[in-house]
Design a protein around this ligand. Structure first.
Ligand code: MTE
Ligand code: MO
Length: 368
C-alpha cells in the first residue's frame, strides 16, 4: 500500500477540545505514568527522590552506560565541546535547593479543562540538585556576541499534535548565563534516577519545570530564537485558540497544605478530632522571590500563619498555624503572597491549556 494511503494517527491526530466532567481514558493513562507528590510528603523540607513529582512527555530513555554520555555544546560558540559526565563532575560543583512545579499543575481544576495530564495540585517537589553552573561551560565554549538564545535538547522523542520532535527548550542568553542555572548529575546526594534525567539534566531555578530539560545531550547557542515544538507550540498562556500567547517562564506564587487528619480511602476527604491541630504546608514563588505571608482561611475566617525558616531563594518555605477545631464541617485553605506583592487568586484562572493555575487549594474537613 502506498504510504500516502496510510492514515497515520500521529501526523494526523484526532483534534482535542476543552471538556467538563469525567476524566477521559487518555487523561487517566497519562496520570498513571506521571505521578504527583503525595501531599503528606509536603512535610519533608527536601522531597525524597521517589516522592518527587514526575512529568515525562515521551518514554524514559534507557541509558545503560553513563560513561559514554556526551554533552555537546555547539552553534554560535568559538570552541564547540563534547563533555563527558566525568568531565562535568571535575568542574566547580554547586548544590542548590530548588522547588520545581509543572506549569500544568492544577489543570484538572480548570473549567473547561484542556485534555492533557490532569494534575490537581500535586505537581511540585523540592530537591537538592548537584551539578556545575552552565555559565562556566558556556564561557569555556566561548559564546559569540551575536548569541540571543541557548537551546537544550534531551534524547526523548515522540509526537505531539502531529509533530515529531525531541524534547527541547531554550533560554535567553542572559538567563542561561546567570550562575544559578545548573548542569545537574545529582539529586539529594544520589545520582539522578532514570525518570528524573539520568545521567544529566538542566535545572533552571525559579522557572516552571518544562525549562529543566532532562537527559540533556545537546546545547546550542543560537543567533535567532529557538523554534522547537516545546518552545513555540506549547507552554504559552492563551485565552483562546487564536491568541498568540505569552510564553510561560517563572513560577507564580502558590501554597499547599499537608492534608490534616485522616483520609477516607475512596473520596480522600479528611476527618480530624476536635481540639488543637497544627496545620502545615509549603509556599513558594518564582524568580527567587521570597514569600512574604501565608494566610489560612477556615470557613472564611482568616488568620496569618507562622513562616518557618527560609531555606534558600529557590526553595519552598514551610508554614504552620494551630487551629482549635470544634466539631463541624469546614472548608480550609491557604493563600500565599510574595515580597513583590503577588497573591494567589481565590478563583481558578482560565487558561486555554490549563497552565499556571495558582488558585488556592480548598480542602473539605470534618471535625468530630
Ligand atoms: N527531556 C525532557 N525533559 C523534560 C521533560 C520531558 O518530557 N523531557 N518534561 C519537563 C517538564 S514539563 C517538567 S514539569 C519537568 C519535570 O521534572 P521531573 O519529572 O524530574 O519532576 O521536566 C521537564 N523536562
Ligand atoms: Mo511540566
Amino acid at each position: 500500500m502506498a504510504n500516502s494511503l496510510i492514515n497515520n494517527p500521529f501526523t494526523n491526530p484526532t483534534p482535542r477540545d476543552h471538556l467538563e466532567g469525567p476524566f477521559l481514558r487518555e487523561e487517566v493513562v497519562l496520570a498513571n505514568r506521571n505521578h504527583g507528590i503525595l501531599l503528606e510528603a509536603l512535610r519533608h523540607d527536601v522531597t525524597p527522590a521517589g516522592l518527587h513529582y514526575l512529568l515525562n512527555h515521551f518514554d524514559v530513555p534507557y541509558v545503560e552506560d553513563a560513561a559514554t554520555w556526551r554533552l555537546e555544546i555547539g552553534g554560535r560558540v568559538r570552541k564547540p565541546l563534547a563533555l563527558s559526565v566525568a568531565q562535568l563532575k571535575s568542574l566547580p560543583q554547586r548544590t542548590l535547593r530548588v522547588t520545581l512545579e509543572c506549569a500544568g499543575n492544577g489543570r484538572g481544576n480548570v473549567s473547561p479543562r484542556w485534555p492533557s495530564m490532569p494534575w490537581m495540585a500535586e505537581a511540585v517537589g523540592t530537591s537538592e540538585w548537584t551539578g556545575t553552573p552552565l555559565k562556566g561551560v558556556l564561557e569555556a565554549a566561548g559564546v559569540e556576541s551575536d548569541a540571543v538564545e541557548v537551546s537544550f535538547t534531551g534524547i526523548d522523542r515522540g509526537f505531539d499534535r502531529g509533530h515529531e520532535h525531541t524534547f527541547g527548550r531554550s533560554l535567553e542568553t542572559a538567563v542561561a548565563m546567570s550562575g544559578d542555572v545548573l548542569l545537574v548529575y545529582g539529586m539529594n546526594g544520589q545520582p539522578l534516577l532514570p525518570q528524573h534525567g539520568f545521567p544529566l539534566r538542566l535545572i533552571v531555578p525559579g522557572w516552571y519545570g518544562m525549562a529543566s530539560v532532562k537527559w540533556l545531550s545537546r546545547i546550542e547557542v543560537l543567533d535567532k530564537p529557538f523554534e522547537g515544538f516545546q518552545q513555540v507550540q506549547t507552554y504559552k498562556f492563551k485565552t483562546n485558540a487564536d491568541d498568540a500567547g505569552i510564553p510561560i517562564t517563572t513560577m507564580r506564587v502558590k501554597s499547599l497544605m499537608v492534608p490534616p487528619g485522616v483520609p477516607d480511602w475512596y473520596t480522600q476527604q479528611r476527618l480530624i478530632d476536635r481540639g488543637v491541630t497544627r496545620l502545615r504546608g509549603r509556599a513558594w514563588s518564582g524568580k527567587g522571590t521570597a514569600i512574604a505571608q501565608v494566610e489560612v482561611s477556615i470557613n472564611g475566617q482568616w488568620q496569618t500563619a507562622t513562616l518557618d525558616e527560609a531555606k534558600g531563594p529557590f526553595a519552598w518555605r514551610g508554614w504552620h498555624i494551630d487551629w482549635d477545631a470544634k466539631p463541624g464541617q469546614y472548608v480550609v485553605f491557604c493563600r500565599a503572597t510574595d515580597v513583590e506583592g503577588a497573591m494567589q487568586p481565590l478563583e481558578v484562572p482560565f487558561d486555554r491549556g490549563g497552565f499556571g493555575n495558582n488558585a488556592v487549594q480548598k480542602i473539605q474537613v470534618t471535625v468530630r
